[in-house]
Design a protein around this ligand. Structure first.
Ligand SMILES: Cc1cc2nc3c(=O)[nH]c(=O)nc-3n(C[C@H](O)[C@H](O)[C@H](O)COP(=O)(O)OP(=O)(O)OC[C@H]3O[C@@H](n4cnc5c(N)ncnc54)[C@H](O)[C@@H]3O)c2cc1C
Length: 267
């Protein structure tokens, strides 16, 4: 993990309020990055001191680029959306632990909103490690989808859900798992103890996914979001409660996470 300066190669909207930015990144940062890790990206104005964490969505080693996909929710992300090709930004990374690459025969990737981007990098990496693995993705959007084509290429099967019913299943990805997939004939192939689940999205969704995984006795990793400051494990500003013996302890989302086993988090 290190600080670096990156030139913006492209930056464009891909869905309502969601943008995709491609940045040139140094070769060692590209080589070190693994799925589930993030960049801590500085906002280039003096009023916003803290960098903003954005997950690595995809690595293009040939072109030397990292793709980030982000929703504009406040001043920092609004600043990113104004950046033009040729301008540069400062970032630190790759940060965090990333997913544990359990490369079994089957993987079930469940994403919600801007939790979807890191699962693309993961799908591509899982296929690279085990080309025979069967990868299913369940992707939940507010409305218009993004990264659908890329997931279709990287996965064997993709289910789309949307909160407003404009695409695919009406509801979020946790609803889809619980009310659609679990009751269907397809479930026998996917929902089994041999399938590893990987999930990233809003906390409420992850909590339901963790409950589902526990009920089905499926191994499940979740990437959690917490507001964070230093991004390097120093300030202890992004705690998550995890089980420890008969009690609990705090762990740091930025350094010990953002990926945890679903069963270890106290939801
Ligand atoms: C490890 C990690 C990876 C992330 N990856 C992505 C990504 O790939 N794409 C993406 O769009 N977003 C991602 N986020 C969330 C992103 O970092 C925040 O949306 C961003 O920092 C908001 O900055 P802002 O200045 O635009 O908004 P702010 O003005 O800081 O906040 C605007 C609103 O967003 C809420 N908010 C801010 N940060 C978070 C957060 N971490 N979790 C939940 N709500 C938050 C605030 O409470 C407030 O309501 C990630 C967060 C973490 C911790």
């Amino acid at each position: 993990m290190r600080m670096f300066s990156a030139e913006v190669f492209a930056n464009k909207p891909v869905a309502n309020g969601v943008w995709e930015m491609r940045i040139q990144a140094p070769a060692d940062v590209l080589a070190e990055s693994s799925p589930g890790q993030f960049l801590h990206v500085s906002v280039g104005d003096e009023r916003h001191v803290l960098p903003r964490p954005l997950s690595i969505c995809r690595i293009d080693k040939g072109a030397g680029r990292i793709r980030l996909v982000y929703r504009v929710v406040g001043a920092g992300t609004a600043y990113f959306a104004k950046m033009k090709p040729g301008e540069s930004l400062k970032a630190m990374g790759p940060c965090g632990n990333g997913f544990f690459l359990e490369v079994g025969e089957k993987a079930l990737l469940v994403g919600g909103g801007v939790g979807i981007p890191p699962l693309l990098f993961l799908a591509e990496k899982l296929k690279e490690e085990n080309p025979g693995a069967f990868i299913t993705a369940v992707l939940g959007y507010r409305s218009t989808s993004f990264l659908k084509e890329e997931f279709t290429k990287a996965c064997d099967e993709v289910f789309i859900c949307s909160d407003d019913g404009s695409e695919g299943f009406l509801g979020n990805s946790a609803d889809f798992l619980q009310f659609k997939l679990a009751g269907s004939s397809r479930a026998k192939g996917i929902i089994s103890q041999e399938t590893v689940m990987f999930s990233c999205g809003p906390r409420e969704m992850l909590k339901r996914i963790a409950g589902f995984a526990m009920l089905q006795q499926m191994p499940c990793q979740v990437s959690v979001e917490e507001r964070m400051a230093c991004g390097a494990g120093v300030c202890l500003g992004c705690p998550v409660k995890v089980k420890s013996g008969d009690g609990w302890k705090n762990m740091r989302v930025c350094k010990d996470g953002p990926v945890f086993q679903a069963g270890e988090i106290i939801w």
